[in-house]
Design a protein around this ligand. Sequence first.
Ligand SMILES: *Cc1c(COP(=O)(O)O)cnc(C)c1O
Length: 338
Amino acid sequence: MKKVDFRSDTVTKPSREMRTFMAEAAVGDDVFGDDPTINELQNFAADMFGKEAGLFCSSGTMTNQIAINVHTQPGDEVICHEEAHIYRYEGGGIAKNSGASVRFIRGNQGRINPDEIIDNINPMDDPHYPRTAMVSIEDTANRGGGLCYNFEDIKTIAEICRREKLILHLDGARVFNALQVSGVDPKLYGEQFDTLSICLSKGLGAPVGSLLLGSKLFIDKARRVRKVFGGGMRQAGIIAAGGLFALKNNIERLKVDHDHAKRVGEILSKQAWVDKVLPVQTNIVVGVLQPGICERTIVNQLADRGILCVPFGKGRVRFTTHLDISMKDIEFLEKHIS
Ligand SMILES: *Cc1c(COP(=O)(O)O)cnc(C)c1O
């Protein structure tokens, strides 16, 4: 039976061209800094966002967790949205890896409002409070249904962080989707953050990997932490090559995913079991079900028809478009969904 897989933008398989590029990549021992492909990828991405250096890691969870570990001391507080990936989907890593605590911001569909930050910074002169060390924001916001930050808000958040001497970190698992919509220059965007985590294995379609970007000093510290976390890899240029290929070939085409997602949104909104569809800005479509309908029932029913999506909290399902979803797949969805 034909299946169309809207579960995540991580389900893509490397294309023939990408595989060839990977197979032919020059490699070396990256723990010694000898892998030319990894070095090229790190420099290429750092340059793109105007940062001094980059570090190739196995996953976005690892890049985020390394950043938190470098930026905090045990007991420090990390400010993030209450539905942030770094808290919700990283296995309690903030506490487990770094002994840090979390301060939640309610925000607006996965995004933090700048004025909410000020109210949540602890006074430094009162020993009752944990030290507020950093702010982490997500762009696009996964739990917000793939919504992007307004760039003016990011600039305001960055100003607040500079003034209050807080580190600003970006969980940019889907930052290229955000930049596709906003049209902001990546260098100007990168300038707002101390550190950025970007994923190669989401919309960009590489099989493995994420990058941590920041100052040379930060990346030197991050490299030590990566080793401690067991993430020092040897001839990993063979996988990094997929990421390099993706950065050079698969950014522009994200627009196609966004157009497909809008179409998925229109199709979903016509279904009797759907109450409404959250605004679609990028490649994520969240359907809010009619009251009393269980998301797992819908996910199972659709799977029986060859349509794969995921439950996304109570009464919600999520569809994600990606490199391996074609217009034909959208037509299949329209034909088989009801
Ligand atoms: C996918 C994702 C990550 C990283 O996930 P990994 O599977 O560990 O690469 C981080 N943040 C957000 C918002 C994500 O969607």
